[in-house]
Design a protein around this ligand. Structure first.
Ligand SMILES: *[C@@H]1O[C@H](CO)[C@@H](O)[C@H](O)[C@H]1NC(C)=O
Ligand SMILES: *[C@@H]1O[C@H](CO)[C@@H](O)[C@H](O)[C@H]1NC(C)=O
Ligand SMILES: *[C@@H]1O[C@H](CO)[C@@H](O)[C@H](O)[C@H]1NC(C)=O
Ligand SMILES: *[C@@H]1O[C@H](CO)[C@@H](O)[C@H](O)[C@H]1NC(C)=O
Length: 377
């Protein structure tokens, strides 16, 4: 074999092996909150929960009740944590900086960085919380942020979580979406400025299930990511075709941020999911089957790294609501991926399949080399 052929061969095998991953796929995690009543048969200690999450290869967890023992249980695990400040604390942390510092002393300082804490959400859907605490959000976020920087902690971002349903009045067409007023101007705009300045993400609870249920004339397949020829909606303003409701809602949020000049803020879906049982017989689409279809299709869609029409890198993180079902009883809406006794409702795979991809790339590289050898010798 002459040297030109050799270099050609080398070049081909390198390019084959070094196929870049299909852009940046989102990190997919779950939400966890302590179940209402704990069944006798199972010990749901923080260590057991952390162990379960590690064994399921879930890379990120949003703790809805940020219990310090739970934060400690994730030390040295590589699982990144999304912590939450409960709504009732928001006005207190807003008005008193030393209380914000105290919250950080209790929930962050003893555990960080052994426990990977990535983001703190000050409040969750505070706009719908009664009494309304949203006027205090920004001050509370600033105080938590200042407490962290006083302690020289710069890598934890501080934000707050909104709920799509309560801030974006219409999802369609996505290009025409705007934040609901007056909250958009009064509450959200200053928060977007804070997020931009502190390099933080916009956090949103986003449930295709809720939009689908609210009389929006869409086929269920569109909400469940089904790929059939009829499952699409065209945004006539942008000429963009949407093939699932999730992407449409994400783009509605991006358009709403764009109206305020902040279309480049990273977006984290702080909650999404599909319930496996409803409150009553009228909730016909809350079934185990649809819940499973939604989860699997969501995982596949996010891993494809294809993003959304308005944002090619897509959302940066998504948290599936929720890991363990709250109560083992009828008549409540159940979202858990696991039964109350910690067994899976259906099979799914959280690990990102990176190994399969690497294996495929190596295989392609090998095949190309063999073919080249035949051609060149
Ligand atoms: C955590 O991640 C680092 C870097 O990827 C790796 O070296 C380490 O083994 C991981 N630790 C655990 C407990 O998985
Ligand atoms: C702030 O909270 C601290 C600690 O609870 C308390 O000692 C202090 O009096 C509070 N300050 C104000 C202005 O309320
Ligand atoms: C913001 O984040 C980017 C990317 O993670 C980083 O390069 C940049 O230094 C950060 N800026 C600030 C002000 O922290
Ligand atoms: C766990 O709970 C589910 C639902 O209640 C039940 O079907 C299953 O048999 C239970 N598994 C074990 C091992 O107890």
């Amino acid at each position: 074999m002459d040297s030109i052929a050799f270099y050609l061969l080398l070049l081909f095998s390198i390019t084959a092996v070094a196929i870049p991953p299909t852009s940046s796929a989102a990190t997919i995690g779950v939400t966890y909150s302590t179940p209402g009543s704990i069944s006798d048969s199972v010990q749901l200690s923080p260590d057991k929960i952390a162990e379960k999450i590690v064994s399921m290869k879930i890379p990120a967890v949003r703790l809805l009740d940020s219990n310090p023992a739970m934060i400690r249980a994730f030390a040295y695990t590589n699982v990144s944590l999304f912590l939450s400040v409960p709504n009732p604390l928001v006005p207190l942390l807003a008005s008193n900086r030393s209380l914000a510092m105290r919250w950080v002393y209790r929930h962050v300082l003893p555990f960080y960085p052994r426990t990977k804490i990535s983001v703190i959400s000050v409040g969750n859907d505070a706009i719908s919380y009664s009494p309304d605490v949203s006027p205090f959000l920004l001050r509370a976020m600033q105080n938590v942020h200042l407490s962290l920087t006083d302690l020289r902690i710069y890598k934890i971002s501080v934000s707050t979580t909104f709920s799509f349903f309560n801030i974006v009045p219409t999802a369609f067409p996505p290009s025409a979406a705007q934040f609901q007023q007056p909250n958009g101007e009064v509450i959200i705009r200053p928060i977007l400025q804070f997020l931009e300045r502190t390099n933080s993400s916009f956090l949103i609870n986003l449930y295709p299930y809720n939009i689908y249920r609210s009389n929006f004339p869409i086929p269920i397949g569109f909400a469940l990511f089904e790929e059939t020829p009829f499952n699409f909606r065209d945004d006539l303003t942008t000429g963009v075709r949407y093939r699932n409701l999730f992407d449409m809602m994400v783009d509605a949020v991006i358009s709403s941020m764009a109206v305020m000049g902040h279309e480049n803020l990273p977006l984290i879906v702080a909650e999404t999911g599909w319930p496996s049982s409803g409150i009553d017989a009228g909730e016909v689409d809350a079934t185990m089957l649809y819940s499973e279809m939604f989860l699997r299709a969501l995982l596949t869609h996010l891993r494809s790294g294809s993003g959304t029409p308005l944002r090619k890198e897509g959302v940066s993180e998504v948290y599936v609501f929720e890991l363990v079902e709250k109560e083992a009883k009828q008549g409540i809406r159940n979202w858990g991926l696991l039964h109350h006794n910690m067994t899976s409702k259906y099979s799914f795979e959280f690990s990102d399949g990176g190994e399969t991809r690497r294996f495929k790339e190596l295989l392609i590289g090998f095949v190309v080399e063999v073919v080249m050898l035949y051609l060149l010798m």
